[in-house]
Design a protein around this ligand. Structure first.
Ligand SMILES: [Zn+2]
Length: 291
């Protein structure tokens, strides 16, 4: 659609006087295509209005900022997955420790049960021996042994009860950990799906934006483009083209004098911030480009 408009207006853009008067259009193609056409056909860019260059630069900045945002979002998502993986690993370790403790307790219980059986065997043997004693002294001595073994049995039974209680609470804790673990594993599965969806989605978006960015770069003279890319690289937020916000540079917030703001609004020359070097545009231009 815009291509037709561009071709129709090409005759005008080649004429310097008319090109200056051409209004900045809402469509990117309409604005930048003539720049390109002039660039390739005439081999020079002197008759491209500064307003169009500014508009192309601002548009490029918006595309590149969108690419930056996508990369930041995608950079943070794997961290959420990593956090979940760490939490799951922690819960698994805790569960493994509980299982080990349970095994130790079960072993102790089994040992005590064996020792009770040993005592019972001894008691039975002593009772048999009591049938064949030669005197009271031997009989009493065996009775004492039997009493001692019975005490041993009681002590073992007490230990078994204690171990069983501990065993029960460990099993409860395992169950609780298992519930949380299952929840986290579900969360992780969902997050991983989300991540792969978003990665696929954003990669597609990123590629289309990068294509747009490259296409748009063709419409900006090399000297300007190099400057733009250099400023972008050095700026922490990746902004090389900023709007004037409340009498200040939208990049570094330094005050811009009224006369300079007027110059910016005139779109007659490319003006950079004296402090941070970013290219300054007025809100009027940005509104045109975003509509
Ligand atoms: Zn600045």
């Amino acid at each position: 659609m815009s291509k037709v408009t561009v071709k129709a207006s090409k005759g005008n853009t080649e004429n310097k006087g008319n090109a200056e008067k051409t209004m900045v259009s809402a469509s990117l193609d309409e604005v930048v295509a003539p720049i390109n056409a002039t660039h390739t056909e005439a081999g020079e860019i002197s008759d491209i209005s500064i307003e169009k260059k500014l508009f192309a630069l601002y548009t490029l900045q918006q595309i590149d900022s969108q690419i930056d945002r996508i990369r930041i979002i995608r950079g943070e998502l794997p961290l959420e997955v990593e956090d979940l993986e760490d939490e799951i690993a922690g819960l698994e370790t805790r569960t493994e420790n509980y299982i080990e403790e349970i095994e130790t307790l079960q072993k102790s219980i089994t040992e005590k049960e064996f020792s009770i059986k040993d005592c019972q065997v001894l008691i039975k043997r002593y009772e048999e021996q009591q049938m064949n004693v030669r005197n009271n002294r031997e009989y009493d001595s065996l009775t004492k042994e039997i009493e001692f073994q019975n005490l041993e049995i009681q002590l073992s039974e007490k230990r078994i009860r204690e171990f069983s209680l501990m065993l029960g609470s460990k099993k409860d804790e395992i169950e609780k950990a298992q519930v949380v673990l299952n929840e986290r594993r579900n969360d992780l599965a969902i997050k991983r799906d989300e991540l792969s969806d978003i990665v696929t989605e954003t990669e597609k978006e990123e590629q289309s934006l990068m294509k747009k960015s490259e296409e748009n770069q063709k419409f900006i003279e090399e000297r300007l483009l190099t400057a733009y890319q250099r400023i972008r690289q050095n700026a922490r937020n990746g902004l090389a083209v900023v709007t004037v916000e409340r009498d200040a540079c939208g990049g570094c917030y330094s005050f811009i004098p009224p006369q300079r703001q007027l110059d910016i609004r005139m779109h007659k020359k490319i003006i950079v911030c004296e402090y941070c070097g970013r290219i300054l545009v007025d809100k009027g231009l940005s509104e045109v480009s975003s509509s």
